[in-house]
Design a protein around this ligand. Sequence first.
Ligand code: C5P
Length: 404
Amino acid sequence: MKLTSRHLLLGVTGGIAAYKAAELARLLVKAGAEVQVVMTQAATRFVAPLTFEALTGRPVYTDLFDSAHEAAMGHIELARWADLVVVAPATADFIARLAGGRADDLLTTLCAATKAPVAVAPAMNQQMWANPATQESVKTLKRFQTLIWGPAAGEQACGDVGPGRLFEAAQLFQLVCDHFAKGLFSGVRALVTAGPTHEALDPVRFIGNRSSGRMGFAIARALLEEGAQVTLVAGPVSMKTPRGVTRVDVESALQMHEAVMQRVTPCDLFVATAAVADYRPQKSATEKIKKSGEQLTIELIRNPDILADVAALEDGPYTVGFAAETECLDEYAQQKRISKRIDMIAANLVGAEEGGFESSENALSVFWEGGQQQLPLADKLRLARQLITLMSEHFYARTGTENP
Ligand code: C5P
């Protein structure tokens, strides 16, 4: 779905068009978004919070000083949670307060406290829209990079005709979708590895690991969403290929190495999420190994390091690796980034208590030369999108090209 795992904060202020926000909430939820509605007190006079609660499956927030809501998710947390804030409808009063930097109710406070983009969909009488004070506020908001969606012109609830109508829900929904389809990696050729490798002992047995491939598939999907051409070299996993991704299936580390080396040359970006076996049996028996003595010794030899080999290429792609550790996460990850000579490394703790390998959630510490950032626990698609945003900043700086 288009908006899977997107966090939408939908602000509803007190105007007759508030009923259209219910349809917008429905469309957003249907497209896979998580929608948190925040209403001003005046908005609750037009539409009952219960309507939005039923549509979104979340309690509606209306009050800055509601201790129950603050305990569940405080307003600063909520401001951080949002990927996009959409205020629809936005009244003349709300627009004036927002432009004035006020934080005198929950919604204005959230708009002030969030780093996420804020989009405002005005809805008011045409004379109020034309009012110079409103027009000044709108100009101010545009200067602050607030997105102004609308208004439409036409017949108004009060009988007037002119600009001031709220955009239809379908139109606002499309603007939300377009906002997320901005294409950070438009035209970039990306190669991603994912999943475990299986190192054959005989025709029926192998040495493997617990990697599910989820993180790599999420990265492939997130890159595709951002406009990249994505080839995914996948070890043995039971994951559906994101539509639009070219998938190459392999079993062993040697096969993965070969598949990557054959395809990497024209690529601009290489993301190695695969949990590649470090060693493989020196000999893979052609027939099933039979039980015999009390002990069985298997000689293992080192596999090639795919990521390090790609990083060593002259004019190679921008390289991003992963490091799964059970201890000393930051130190080992940094060592790995330096020894493999890669541009960026995303490290996570694995073990009984952590997210990681088989889990649908993960948390990452990301390192590059001279910097680092923590990406807190989140589902893997969400985390992949955050990592990709971070990657894009460094990718364009390193390759000397422009972010489109
Ligand atoms: O050295 P370590 O296996 O911990 O490094 C992890 C990173 O290196 C991951 O990005 C993994 O995909 C990559 N790697 C590789 N080929 C190997 C071993 C690891 O590409 N043989």
